[in-house]
Design a protein around this ligand. Structure first.
Ligand code: GRF
Length: 221
């Protein structure tokens, strides 16, 4: 997608604590020839991720939802303001890292991948999709009593948590785990997986003629 001598340019979207955003930014600092974070967009000005971006000198844009309704007009108006921010930058991928809003299909379809039938939007989801879709995946998997769960990095499609899977990595729920320990184990996988997936994507590692983007990472990789 990008010339091999230029870093892959990503815009981060996040709404919360920003631990995934931080690991991606740190990967970009370590691998400046491969990855560049050009901006952060958030819907929540009070989110700690804004400070994370500032600490690393990444420009951040707060694009709040102005009205409380969740109707289509409100969503499109909000996304219209996001499109305006995105126009300021030359970017290849949007990376969602705990962005707590669902895009309209219009938004997703506005950013098609130039080479494959996916969007240019990537998300990390804390379950082994297609299990435990939705915003409380850790809690749902834990409450269900899974012995093994996982982390998924996938392209965003108009269906929520349904896009083409780029990478998955499993982690165990140990017999004495409480929810906090279970989440912490998953989060440490997230922090390794997401930046490494982006690094691999920047190098074209996932792209084969027969099976674009499919890969299964084991903890040792
Ligand atoms: C992560 O668990 C991510 O998988 C989910 O939201 C959480 C964001 O955490 N989508 P953080 O803000 O990156 O710390």
């Amino acid at each position: 997608m990008q010339p091999s001598y230029a870093p892959m340019r990503v815009v981060l979207f996040a709404s919360g604590r920003g631990s995934n955003a931080r690991t991606i930014i740190e990967m970009a600092i370590q691998q400046p020839m491969s990855l560049k974070v050009v901006a952060l967009i958030t819907n929540k000005g009070s989110a700690p991720v804004v400070q994370v971006a500032e600490n690393y000198g990444i420009p951040s844009y707060i694009v709040p939802v102005r009205r409380q309704e969740t109707g289509r007009a409100t969503r499109l108006e909000h996304e219209g303001r996001i499109h305006e921010v995105l126009k300021k930058y030359d970017w290849e991928y949007i990376c969602l890292a705990g962005y707590m809003r669902i895009f309209t299909p219009d938004f997703v379809e506005a950013y098609p991948h130039p080479d494959f039938p996916v969007s240019r939007i990537i998300n990390i989801h804390p379950s082994m999709l297609p299990a435990f879709k939705g915003s409380s995946a850790y809690d749902d998997a834990f409450d269900y009593g899974v012995k093994v769960s996982g982390i998924t990095v996938h392209f965003v499609s108009p269906g929520v948590d349904e896009g083409v899977i780029i990478a998955q990595e499993s982690f165990e729920r140990l017999p004495n785990d409480d929810l906090t320990q279970f989440k912490a184990r998953g989060l440490s996988v997230e922090h390794r997986l997401y930046p490494n997936v982006l690094l691999s994507l920047s190098r074209g590692d996932f792209v084969t003629q027969s099976e674009p983007f499919s890969i299964f990472l084991t903890p040792s990789s």
